[in-house]
Design a protein around this ligand. Structure first.
Ligand code: FES
Ligand code: FES
Length: 154
């Protein structure tokens, strides 16, 4: 099937078998490889992208379900010239080590702060609880998201 959607601000299209997941379409057809694939069954959160404003596990969504949607991956969180405030906070707080979980952490946190810029640390932990990180121990990730809140306040 032919699928068309808006990816990181650009209209894109791809020809995919119906059973193709959104993450495979994004990575293999559209060559945006910032989104990672870990468990492939909705547990790790590494594949999280933002679809119409909501954080979504792109390994659990079919590409055809994204037809007509607006999709943002980690590549779309900043312009190419500099890190976004959220990304800069991750760097400042050493909120990543191997970086495998980081695209999913960033997209999940971005979706949260876009809706709830006053989220407290308990809320940040609750929302990030679906994203697994084997390196950091989570504390610096929570600190980074907490610090980035000011950038999301209108
Ligand atoms: S790869 Fe999608 S949740 Fe793990
Ligand atoms: S930084 Fe390695 S899994 Fe999170």
């Amino acid at each position: 099937m032919n699928v068309r959607f808006r990816l990181n601000g650009k209209e894109v299209q791809a020809e995919v078998p119906v059973r193709t997941t959104l993450v495979d379409c994004i990575r293999h057809q559209l060559r945006q490889t910032g989104t990672h694939v870990g468990c492939e069954h909705g547990v790790c959160g590494a594949c999280t992208v933002i679809v119409n404003g909501a954080a979504v596990r792109s390994c659990l969504m079919l590409a055809v379900q994204a037809d007509g949607a607006t999709v943002t991956t980690v590549e779309g969180l900043s312009d190419e010239s500099k890190l976004s405030p959220l990304q800069a906070a991750f760097r400042k707080h050493h909120a990543l080590q191997c970086g495998f979980c980081t695209p999913g952490m960033l997209t999940t946190a971005h979706a949260l702060l876009s809706e709830e810029p006053d989220a407290d640390k308990a809320r940040i932990r609750e929302v990030l609880s679906g994203n697994l990180c084997r390196c950091t121990g989570y504390i610096p990730i929570v600190e980074a998201v907490y610090e980035a809140r000011s950038a999301y306040r209108k």
